[in-house]
Design a protein around this ligand. Structure first.
Ligand code: OSB
Ligand code: MG
Length: 369
């Protein structure tokens, strides 16, 4: 691949419905898009940062800075034969996984187009249709939560994930169980509890949840390993897994029975695939998490979910769950059966609406070799 140009767009997109987690409330997404161009093709990647360093330390500003000063110059310094060759070249930069992933993702899209393959095929995926669930934020009242659950079950979503935090955990989950019966349901705590909250977490066992996601510290593996044997509900790790090696350690320590795979958090499609491989080898199911992505990141999520170890429905919901109007055409749609049909055209599978990207961008930078 001979790259002629890399561009960054800083985008702001208003969510249709505010999304609240234990670490805060988002009404608007602020993230970066990467546009990479060769003589023949254009590839797109998404840097799945947020405005604030609350889910992770990365923000739009840290990503823009590290991309401009290190990642993009090193990417443009010599031709790249395969997207897997990129990350070793960027290895001297520690962390900044989301910044790296956005860039690597754009190269995967380019590479797939050069090969004339849909992205999922270029990654070695097989499934032509993926099962999806929905992630519901903390709602102001139990009634509003029940309304959301009812709506999304009606739209076909295959499992319901509900955000929890101390004071809003057992009771809302209990209300959903009582109202909707034995639906596939899980909770995501986003690190809101400590090991000393074990009594409270054990009480959740009676709800028959598929799993509880990241109950303890955002950077912890050890305490999760202590908690895990004391719960009947499986633990799924999200925040504390930053690459294949973290997954190996968490599995070795039995800290998690399930892993959430996010391309941004893991530092790219390559590391996401490797994490999947390690989990699969160990018999640990995985599913694809989300960061309220635009259509670009969403289509990357669809592609990775076609790998065989993704045996649980993920968080990749339809574009219209988040946006009045997405930036890809066609938008990502979910069937009444709660599936997404994987696009079969080369690359990510939808066209990026560049006019709309430019209109939404409050920053735009261009880099050349
Ligand atoms: O913890 O999975 C999470 C959104 C933003 C930050 C963290 C998380 C989430 C979600 C939403 O759960 C997933 C989605 O719908 O994209
Ligand atoms: Mg999570």
């Amino acid at each position: 691949m001979q790259l002629r140009r890399i561009e960054l767009f800083a985008l702001q997109m208003r969510l249709r419905h505010p999304f609240e987690t234990s670490f805060g409330r988002e009404e608007e997404r602020e993230f970066l898009l990467v546009r990479a161009q060769t003589d023949d093709f254009v590839g797109w990647g998404e840097v799945t940062v947020s405005r604030d360093p609350f889910y992770s330390y990365e923000t739009l500003e840290t990503a823009e800075s590290v991309l401009r000063n290190y990642l993009i110059p090193w990417t443009l310094s010599a031709p790249i034969a395969h997207p897997d060759d990129l990350l070793p070249r960027l290895g001297q930069v520690r962390g900044h996984q989301m910044a790296k992933a956005g860039l690597e993702g754009a190269l995967w899209d380019l590479y797939a187009q050069e090969q004339g393959l849909p992205l999922y095929r270029a990654l070695g995926g097989e499934r032509r249709e993926i099962e999806v669930g929905i992630s519901i934020g903390i709602e102001p009242t139990v009634d509003l939560l029940l309304q959301q659950v009812e709506r999304f079950l009606g739209e076909g979503y295959r499992r319901i994930k509900i955000k929890i935090k101390p004071g809003q955990d057992y009771e809302p989950l209990r209300a959903v169980r009582d109202r909707f019966g034995n639906i596939p349901m899980m909770a995501d705590a986003n690190s809101a509890y400590r090991l000393s909250d074990i009594g409270l977490l054990q009480r959740l066992d009676e709800l028959g949840l598929m799993m509880i996601e990241q109950p303890l510290g955002y950077d912890d593996i050890i305490d999760h390993a202590k908690l895990s044997p004391q719960l009947r509900t499986p633990i799924c790790l999200d925040e504390s897994i930053h690459g294949p090696d973290d997954a190996r350690k968490a599995i070795e320590l039995r800290a998690a029975g399930i892993l959430n795979i996010k391309i941004g958090r893991l530092g790219g499609l390559g590391p996401a695939r490797k994490t999947h491989d390690i989990a699969r080898e160990a018999g640990i199911p995985v599913w694809c998490g989300g960061m309220l992505e635009s259509g670009v990141g969403r289509l990357h999520n669809v592609a990775i979910t076609t790998l065989p170890g993704f045996t649980l429905p993920g968080d990749t919901a339809a574009s219209r769950r988040y946006w009045e109007e997405d930036i890809v055409e066609p938008e990502v749609e979910v069937t009444p059966q709660g599936t997404i049909v994987v696009p079969q055209t080369p690359g990510i599978g939808s066209a990026v609406r560049e006019d709309r990207v430019r209109a939404l961008a409050h920053g735009h930078w261009t880099y050349r070799p």
